[in-house]
Design a protein around this ligand. Structure first.
Ligand SMILES: [Fe+2]
Length: 184
């Protein structure tokens, strides 16, 4: 089984001024809850990455900005489901990580890496009995690349050094990674 796939899509992303957008606070609230839950499991796993958390900002896009991005997705995919469009900014101050998690409220996601900055996304399997996580798959996206990934497998992102990473996320509630690959 694969959990991430480079798509043959090219999506042009206009410059986005976050000053004019409202932060998606609900998602931030979720991340706090998620962190609590993970303290009881994988975040404390013996061999999980232990780096300080990256700062994550999420903005839900709407109107012309969202429409301009959505219309670049394959029509067949949009016929199945119109995804939520999110603009994400990760700010890493030195080596840091997006803590291991499973995405809430979505089955799969298409990520458009606007400024990728060489960060690495890794999928894990959690061995509860031994409190160990096993690295099952990793990818390091380049700027401009478009990847689809399975949101329901435990994953985290490691940032090697200070950087700002920006990306567009198309979040799907009902499409699997396999259906996105088929419909690209
Ligand atoms: Fe995630």
């Amino acid at each position: 089984m694969i959990n991430a796939s480079l798509l043959s899509l090219s999506i042009s992303v206009p410059s986005i001024d976050t000053e004019k957008l409202e932060k998606f606070e609900w998602r931030n609230a979720y991340e706090k809850v998620s962190e609590e839950r993970l303290k009881k499991s994988a975040a404390f796993a013996e061999n999980a990455p232990k780096l300080k958390p990256v700062i994550a900002e999420h903005y839900v896009l709407s109107g012309d900005l969202a429409d301009g991005l959505l219309k670049q997705l394959p029509a067949k995919l949009l016929e199945r489901e119109v995804p939520v469009v999110i603009y994400t900014v990760f700010k890493a101050d030195g080596p840091s990580q997006l803590i291991l998690h499973k995405d809430w409220g979505r089955l799969s996601v298409i990520n458009v890496y606007v400024e990728a900055q060489g960060s690495t996304t890794t999928f894990y399997e959690y061995d509860r009995d031994n409190n160990l996580v096993q690295n099952i798959e990793s990818f390091c996206a380049a700027s401009g690349e478009v990847w689809a990934m399975n949101s329901k497998i435990l994953h985290g992102v490691v940032f090697d050094d200070s950087s700002i990473r920006t990306m567009i996320n198309f979040a799907f509630r009902r499409q699997t990674l396999e259906s996105i690959i088929q419909l690209q």
